[in-house]
Design a protein around this ligand. Structure first.
Ligand code: ZN
Length: 207
């Protein structure tokens, strides 16, 4: 924390018209360090914008599962599989702090209780808006759904593309990464997994 404070103090008053947040002050230093001029017009407010963007992209840390679910658990008699597929997500890889994004498919087998459908994408967002590893993101979503709804099983598949692969390093723009987590009956029963895979691969759009 000390170094953050001193970074803010080092700034020239002309560059920091208002008091910088620690993150904005550091972004200003980064801009200088890469050979840019933080006082040039287009970059003047960039540190504050980057600060806001970063706080939004990592807002999942300040969100809790209870807060999201907010009691939206309902008793049901059905036992059929529930799938929310093609949930867009945007996350940041924890190794490079570069984005990765894609789609997630979340399925579960209810055990007399279901969760409000809109809550599932919000659970995905809560974990995606953190510094992440795709494998871990997939698993965290699966476990959160399993715990929240007390499901007989949960299956989660994520398909994503990583900017750290596309823009740097191996520069493979078209490669995708698929991760999956299967819990309970999804892990134990091949027929359950097959049903899940068949349902998410149907590309007919009835709407
Ligand atoms: Zn990365």
């Amino acid at each position: 924390m000390k170094t953050r404070g001193s970074a803010a103090i080092k700034l020239m008053p002309s560059q920091a018209t208002e008091v910088d947040s620690p993150v904005a002050a550091m972004v200003r230093e980064v801009i200088k360090e890469i050979g840019e001029d933080p006082s040039r017009q287009g970059l003047l407010k960039t540190p504050e914008r980057a600060d806001k963007a970063l706080r939004f992209l990592t807002s999942g840390y300040a969100t809790s599962l209870d807060e999201i679910v907010n009691g939206a658990i309902f008793d049901v008699d059905t036992e059929g599989m529930v799938i929310v597929r093609d949930i867009e997500f945007y996350s940041m890889c924890e190794h490079h702090m570069l984005p990765f994004f894609g789609k997630m498919h979340v399925a579960y087998l209810p055990n007399k209780r279901v969760i409000g459908l809109s809550k599932i994408p919000r659970i995905v967002d809560m974990y995606a808006r953190r510094l992440q590893v795709q494998e871990q993101l997939t698993e965290q979503v699966a476990k959160a759904v399993a715990e929240t709804v007390g499901a007989r099983g949960v299956g989660v598949i994520a398909e994503a593309r990583h900017f750290c692969m596309m823009m740097r390093g191996v520069e493979k723009q078209h490669s995708g990464t698929i991760t999956s987590t299967m819990l309970g009956e999804f892990k134990a029963k091949k027929t359950t997994r097959d049903e899940f895979l068949a349902l998410i691969s149907q590309r007919t759009n009835p709407f």
